[in-house]
Write a protein that binds this ligand. Structure first.
Ligand SMILES: [Zn+2]
Ligand SMILES: [Zn+2]
Ligand SMILES: [Zn+2]
Length: 251
């Protein structure tokens, strides 16, 4: 057993195999002060490292066998990684009133199965609550649910629009933004507008395109996938339903 520069004592065997620690070499190793990490077998997993060390040394003096399994260490590493992911999942959910399994698994690049287990654990621990399933739009190309809605002018498809109140002057049919009626004078016929509902009407929440000057009551929209940059209309969208959780019940 070469102990010249050991940083990790690795007695690695497949899951059910057994590894013998050379107790003399191990004692030298311990005295060298070079042990930074000891791999744990499941039978040691609830012992801290100093009591483990004591046990190994004592057992070593008794020339007993020690079991150190690589598989268990891998599990241990996965467990700490899972712990990190669990923290991220908890952070994301406790900062949302509702968020879906599909979205979190895509944010974190983990499988839905893996994230669902974490969600269920957090739910059992009363850290988050399960709410109604969420149905979300997904990209027709890559199936991600990270979709951004883009609003645009229905005439020129540009996004350079503003929201305006319009005034429709009945007698001359002029429709233009309320602020174009300076001192209540119609910008087209130069007559004064007088009685709301009688000689003019106010059209709330209209949009005016700064580029093509089109006026429209509703914006058009399509969708951009933040995963693959594909742009698509609602008719092309896929739909995905998945379990949802939140920090409290929003309903
Ligand atoms: Zn336009
Ligand atoms: Zn007019
Ligand atoms: Zn996509």
């Amino acid at each position: 057993m070469d102990i010249s520069h050991p940083t990790i004592l690795l007695m690695a065997y497949p899951c059910c195999g057994k590894g013998k620690i050379d107790s003399e070499a191990f004692n030298n190793l311990v005295q060298s002060g070079n042990i930074q990490q000891i791999l744990l077998d499941s039978s040691f997993s609830n012992m801290n490292s100093s009591s483990l060390l004591t046990k190994i040394l004592n057992d070593g003096q008794n020339e007993n066998e020690q079991l150190v399994s690589l598989a268990e260490e891998q599990n241990h590493q996965e467990f700490s990684a899972n712990d990190d992911i669990a923290k991220q999942v908890e952070f994301i959910i406790t900062n949302s009133t509702r968020i879906s399994l599909a979205r979190i698994s895509q944010y974190l690049g983990k499988s839905k199965e893996e994230i669902l287990l974490i969600m269920q654990r957090l739910e059992k621990a009363n850290k988050i609550i399960r709410i109604k399933d969420i149905r979300e739009m997904a990209c027709p190309d890559c199936e991600q649910v990270r979709i951004f809605q883009i609003f645009h002018c229905p005439a020129c498809k540009g996004s350079n629009f503003k929201q305006e109140k319009l005034i429709d002057h009945y007698s001359c049919s002029n429709i233009s933004p309320a602020n174009s009626y300076v001192d209540d004078i119609c910008p087209k016929c130069r007559k004064k507008i007088r009685i709301l509902g009688c000689d003019y009407r106010l059209m709330d929440n209209y949009y005016v395109c700064n580029d093509c000057l089109e006026k429209f009551p509703q914006l058009s929209s399509d969708f951009l996938c933040l995963g693959c940059n594909s742009r698509f209309e609602i008719e092309k969208a896929k739909w995905e339903t998945s379990p949802a959780y939140g920090r409290y019940n929003p309903n």
